[in-house]
Design a protein. Structure first.
Length: 290
């Protein structure tokens, strides 16, 4: 497959009465010239890295070199135990999302999904489902193949690079990948997957990349949390039967158009947005001098 659009993959899935993940596993096995079992094991290794990054990232004493991040995942986890506003499960998912992102900022080993800057979103959702006994490990692992297909379509038709398309290309793409994976784990239809992905793209369209002091910490880590919430709400809408008026593949083309129109100052250069607020500049000067 050339992954030029998700609709074609979905149609193939429907025709063969298989999940999108099954189609992708078979295709990528042939593409990479390895057995399906070996490819599955590779994905399992990535899933295990995600789990480990959550465990390590929840350390209350974790701090990045810049001291801009660390410890928030622990705070969220503690809050999740005390009748949290958004419920225990979602609060734990947010804590796990923070954990992976903070671990990344502390130079820990993570899985770029699709990028390091958006690494907390997919594990924050799928690993939490597994850790809370809401899905089996093999279901979680297979859903990552569906997420990868969504990411490949976005990369082929738009971009997953913040320097090219803004944060919509990183956290936005990760949110769509996560929404699709969530729908599959929750046994939604192929059409539900497409709708969930479309909702996520629509709700992150135009998101800028403006890292304070040029570091992938502020506001990147909290954007992971926000886009995780979008992934959950998108999956929830799709699973309820709500349809996206604009198809996913057209949303991706819109993402590319918006990214191309975005000024360079808002595409990972730290020359605009939150990076150039008085506080943002003060942080930069504190870390690197004027």
């Amino acid at each position: 497959m050339d992954y030029k659009n998700l609709k074609e993959i979905a149609n193939l899935s429907i025709e063969q009465n298989k999940k999108i993940s099954d189609i992708v596993l078979i295709d990528q096995s042939k593409e990479m010239s390895i057995s399906e079992n070996d490819l599955y094991k590779k994905m399992e290794e990535s899933f295990d890295v995600m789990l480990k990054s959550i465990e390590q990232g929840l350390d209350k004493d974790l701090k990045s070199t810049s001291k801009l991040s660390g410890g928030d995942s622990y705070r969220m986890l503690e809050y999740s135990k005390n009748n949290p506003l958004m419920g225990t499960f979602l609060s734990k998912a947010l804590a796990n999302c923070l954990a992976v992102s903070e671990y990344n900022s502390s130079m820990g080993k993570i899985v770029a999904a699709p990028t390091a800057g958006s690494c907390g979103i997919l594990p924050g959702a799928i690993c939490t489902l597994f850790l809370e006994n809401m899905c089996k490990k093999d279901e979680a692992i297979m859903s990552l193949f569906t997420a990868s297909a969504i990411g490949m379509v976005i990369a082929k038709n738009a971009t997953i690079a913040g320097a090219e398309g803004g944060c919509q290309a990183e956290c936005g793409a990760a949110s769509a990948m996560t929404a699709g994976a969530l729908v599959e784990v929750c046994k939604g239809s192929v059409e539900n997957v497409l709708d969930a992905c479309a909702f996520s793209i629509k709700n992150t369209l135009g998101l800028v990349c403006d890292p304070v002091a040029g570091l992938v910490e502020v506001p990147c880590i909290k954007r992971n949390v926000g886009c995780l919430s979008i992934a959950f709400s998108s999956a929830n809408m799709a699973l309820s039967g709500i349809k996206s008026k604009i198809p996913f593949d057209e949303c991706v083309l819109a993402m590319k158009e918006v990214g191309s129109s975005m000024p360079t100052s808002l595409k990972e250069t730290a020359c605009g947005g939150l990076a150039t607020t008085p506080t943002g500049l003060n942080i930069k000067n504190m870390l690197f001098g004027e």
